[in-house]
Design a protein around this ligand. Structure first.
Ligand code: F6P
Length: 341
């Protein structure tokens, strides 16, 4: 078979490990040929390809980012986009596509598959909010980066008797904040799933100062106060209609200073969480996803996605990944609340 591979949406550590595993097993075990599509759905849409064989995947296992490039291109938002993709796939002699992505990229894959394109999906996002898989690769790396930042902030917060806020990624799900906050011993964790009371947050800050320690607060970019809306950067929306978030950390610092009289500063981790080399966990998970994705192609499991369930890699319908978001359940958040204040 001649198989196209693409990576779409926000990049994350482990994408190259998937590409490598797909190609190594696809060529070595099944004798397939590959075409690399550049920059997510823009590749098949505009016929942007690159050579993709064993030589191109050598040495990429520990490298962050994606050798194929990525974008948030939505072919369904482009006039005649789907027809153009079909035409380009046919012209390039492509029998099947492996799409590695999050909710948006896999949403497109689901719709294309319903229209008869042979697609297999691989879930990825640092946010860990895709349904039907216990974990996505990239998440563990992001959590470790955020945890290290929190560890470092503890000491400077204590030296200066300041409240330090760490703003982490997570649009609609607070997995990164929850795990990094728990691992780093944060005194407050704020997530999009649970609206927070600014009075209670300030009470936690004050009680932490009373015990002679300086508070560390971890906040997801999508967290919202009980009264008010998500804080967004006024920079418009992307092709999937997402606004750019950011600014909740600064807002919190202002409120804390105003209400408690204590100094507060914010660190926004931003894309540092998405860059660089993947952890061992993410390399292994991404490699296993790649191996099982090429098996799914070999067995003609069109419209499916590989997923981690327990310790097993399974295939689930692509639509299961995107039908709802996997958010932090209240009982897990309650576990973390024991350490607040
Ligand atoms: O979807 C993954 C993610 O990292 C989100 O956590 C974040 O809101 C978004 O991407 C940022 O997107 P961009 O890199 O396009 O600004």
């Amino acid at each position: 078979m001649r198989i196209g591979v693409l990576t779409g949406g926000g990049d994350c550590p482990g994408l190259n490990a998937v590409i490598r595993a797909v190609v190594r097993k696809g060529v070595g075990v099944y004798g397939h040929e590959f075409v690399g599509y550049r920059d997510g759905w823009r590749g098949p849409l505009d016929g942007l390809t690159m050579e993709l064989g064993v030589a191109q995947v050598r040495g990429i296992l520990p490298r962050g980012g994606t050798i194929l490039g990525s974008s948030r291109t939505n072919p369904f938002a482009v006039e005649g986009g789907v027809e153009q993709i079909r035409f380009n796939l046919h012209a390039a002699g492509i029998d099947a596509l492996i799409a590695v992505g999050g909710e948006d990229t896999l949403g497109v894959a689901t719709r294309l598959s319903e229209l008869g394109v042979n697609v297999v999906g691989v879930p990825k996002t640092i946010d860990n909010d895709l349904n039907a898989t216990d974990y996505t690769f990239g998440f563990d790396t992001a959590v470790n980066i955020a945890m290290e930042a929190i560890d470092r902030l503890h000491t400077t917060a204590e030296s200066h008797h300041r409240a330090l806020i760490v703003e982490v990624m997570g649009r609609h799900a607070g997995w990164i904040a929850l795990h990094s906050g728990l691992a780093g011993g944060a005194n407050v964790i704020l997530i999009p799933e649970v609206r927070f009371s600014i009075e209670r947050v300030c009470a936690y800050v004050e009680s932490r100062f009373q015990s002679q320690y300086a508070p560390i607060l971890v906040v997801s970019e999508g967290a919202q106060p009980e009264e008010g809306e998500m804080v967004t950067l006024e920079k418009g929306v992307d092709a999937f209609g997402h606004v750019r978030l950011g600014g909740i950390g600064e807002w919190l610092a202002g409120q804390i200073e105003h209400r408690t009289g204590k100094e507060a500063r914010t660190t926004v981790l931003g894309h540092i969480q998405r860059g660089g080399t993947p952890t061992a966990f993410d390399r292994v998970l991404a490699t296993r996803f790649g191996l099982h994705a090429i098996d799914a192609v070999q067995h003609g499991k069109w419209g499916s996605m590989v997923a981690l369930q327990g310790a097993q890699i399974v295939t689930v319908p692509l639509s299961a990944a995107t039908e709802k978001l996997k958010t932090v359940p209240p009982e897990l958040y309650a576990e973390a609340e024991v350490f607040f204040g």
